[in-house]
Design a protein around this ligand. Sequence first.
Ligand code: ADP
Ligand code: MG
Length: 340
Amino acid sequence: MLKATGLEKRFGTVPALVGLDLAINAGEFFALLGGSGSGKSTLLRVLAGFEAPDAGTLTLDGQDLLPVPPWARPINMMFQSYALFPHMSVADNVAYGLKRAGVVTEERRSRIAAVLDLVGLQGLEARRPQQLSGGQKQRVALARSLVMRPRLLLLDEPMAALDAGLRERTGLELRALQRKTGAAFIMVTHDQQEALALADRIAVLEAGRVAQIGPPQEVYARPTTRFVARFLGAANVLEGRMRDGVFESVEAGADIGSDLPAATVAVALRAEHIRLTNTNEAPVVTGILEDAAFRGDDWLLIIRLKGGASLRVVHPAPPPTAGSAIGLAWGAASVMPLFA
Ligand code: ADP
Ligand code: MG
């Protein structure tokens, strides 16, 4: 549906978007992940039309969107701060866009009632924003966007202002709402759990370009770069080089994996996939337990390997004493080859 190719955007000497390619399907819940300053907000502003790219193309169903002003795009943006009008009631906040678009009073009324019902704000029509909780304000902002019936809704950190306890439930409600309306949602977040849990597909942004894109399970199970492996789930990354299908890692002090692609430049291992060996099992690597932290369900161990690298390991039982020699092993399928 929406297709961006080669998007470039600089602010003075600061590159915000660097040859960014992205395609969004109709009706999908898409999450944009990335560290602070990776270009997430800039990308949303370019898609909405608040910012013109320096180069690149942007089309909707094959039609050039770049000459189309923001208000004429079937795209709506919900801002992180919600940007509600403080002096207006809930109903008037939601009505604002409809009035500007010239929707007649009767249709306006029914659309407002329907959308407030949709987001669960019935009965609060007359309240002012300051008389609402954080979660309710967020719903007003959502209602104000959805009442315009956009084909694409852009949400910049929609849960950032909510308490931790409210975020999980609100996220699930957001997805249910997305399914109901059939609009495509692009949600920006720096919270990887949120993105993995809610999205049909995710893109990880790194320095203004897409580092990897795909369904959450796929990107999590098969990160292709060091950055994505570390960013999603804080995987261990081991450096080394390929020889005859085996990854020789000096910093691990061992050869790792077999039948890995020749282009492998590093390997990633999830802390959850590494186990401590018992006495009658040959370890893949050996090291010394440096530190251990109780996490509730399990322990997180920091193990310094013979070659000098340190590995994070999730262990289900109380750990050996610090300084103990440890053997580690994992299944061959747990070794994730990285290509950049
Ligand atoms: P994110 O939303 O991922 O944190 P942004 O898209 O806001 O990142 O910013 C990307 C880069 O562009 C950052 O280095 C940021 O400082 C810079 N930038 C964004 N907007 C402006 C602006 N209006 N003027 C100058 N620099 C900007
Ligand atoms: Mg931002």
